[in-house]
Design a protein around this ligand. Structure first.
Ligand code: ZN
Length: 370
């Protein structure tokens, strides 16, 4: 089934503002909320669909990609898309805040019984050099997260006696029906705040700066998201902390260009060096290496340094470093140099005589991918 347009899902037009997107999502989330639609698979699917649309449209970066490329922008798992869809826990932990309102408002659970509140997730961007990506790196980042303020105490909710649920008897056309819903007074947690210090917010939390150490494996890709469990915002009472979502950003390298796990390097050699042969020092992600350039090298030749690329994120092998040889032809000559080349002009030794080993550029490209 073709995916529906994200704006259409939320009942919006392209160009909707962030506030409009949030408002529209909130409306849909409440309409299709599983607590309101128990055992309704269709409502659940719509609830997820709206969350997926909101996940993209609420993120400036992803929204820009979606606006430009549509759903294609996130296919093939490229750069932290929504891939296999979100599950209910993800939705509640990521967008719990949007429901706001009574009690702790931290996040609704999947229905039934007392629920442990989950703190909201935090999101940070981490910039990495190509060298850091190639070798893996541990980054220490400062994160401002909500933690339980010292001195905050909690008590059992007096409205639901700690069960997190309230039952209501409603008269409907089908007769009297008993429904249970999360307790509004405590948001379903079964606890409310007893005492809190003056610098704590309504949930008994305050913002504290913490240094979090993040182990980043080799081979990550720009846009990829890593999760550090429990390093998001804390939840009130006996709730569990949200997660810290780390979005990878790859810095551009001065000399190397990345293409998947392979790297490309443009090597320029002078005319005499190409004729006579030379050795050149080039940059790799693990330091400089010296490579030999054979006498008589042709412009366009690709030298492949096996395993000098980026390790596969799946832990399987390494890419190569492809060195592209460019013979630099002088653009200006003095009189003496000009005379020198003039004398070579009619020497048939200088006529091009490509051999089968001097493949054309297109044949080389074909080889690279075979
Ligand atoms: Zn309660």
């Amino acid at each position: 089934m073709a995916k529906r347009d994200f704006y259409e899902i939320l009942g919006l037009n392209k160009g909707a503002t962030a506030a409009e997107i949030k408002k529209a999502y909130r409306k849909k989330a409440i309409e299709f909320h599983p607590d309101k639609n128990p055992d309704d698979k269709e409502a659940e699917a719509k609830f997820k669909e709206a969350a997926e649309a909101y996940e993209i449209l609420s993120d400036e970066n992803k929204k820009a990609r979606y606006d430009q490329y549509g759903h294609q922008a996130f296919e093939n798992g490229g750069g932290g898309g929504y891939g296999g869809g979100m599950n209910m826990d993800d939705i509640f932990s990521q967008f719990g805040d949007i429901f706001g309102g009574g009690g702790f408002g931290g996040g609704f659970g999947g229905g039934g019984g007392q629920r442990r509140m989950k703190g909201s997730n935090l999101r940070i961007r981490v910039k990495l050099t190509l060298e850091e990506i190639a070798n893996g790196v541990e980054k220490k980042v400062k994160v401002k997260r909500k933690v339980q303020a010292p001195g905050t105490t909690y008590k059992t909710c007096s409205t639901c006696q700690g069960s997190g649920q309230v039952t209501r008897i409603a008269n409907t056309i089908l007769g009297r029906m008993q429904t249970s819903a999360p307790c509004n007074a405590c948001g379903g947690a079964g606890q409310t705040i007893d005492k809190k210090p003056s610098d704590a917010d309504a949930q008994g939390l305050k913002v504290a700066e913490e240094t979090v150490s993040i182990k980043i494996p080799a081979g990550v890709v720009d846009g990829m998201q890593l999760k550090v469990s429990g390093k998001g915002n804390e939840a009130p009472g006996n709730g569990v902390s949200g997660d810290l979502i780390v979005v990878i950003e790859e810095e551009e390298h001065e000399k190397l260009q990345r293409e998947g796990d392979n790297l490309h390097y443009d090597l320029y050699v002078s005319f005499p060096d190409a004729v006579l042969g030379t050795s050149k020092e080039i940059d790799t992600v693990t330091g400089k290496v010296r490579i030999k350039v054979e006498a008589g090298v042709q412009s366009g030749k690709i030298l492949r340094l096996r395993g000098k690329g980026i390790p596969s994120i799946n832990g399987y092998g390494k890419g190569d470093l492809l060195v592209h040889v460019n013979v630099w032809t002088p653009k200006t000559l003095n009189k003496q140099q000009k005379d020198f080349f003039e004398t070579m002009k009619d020497d048939e030794h200088f006529d091009p005589k490509p051999e089968s080993s001097d493949k054309s550029f297109f044949e080389k490209v074909k080889d690279m991918f075979s």
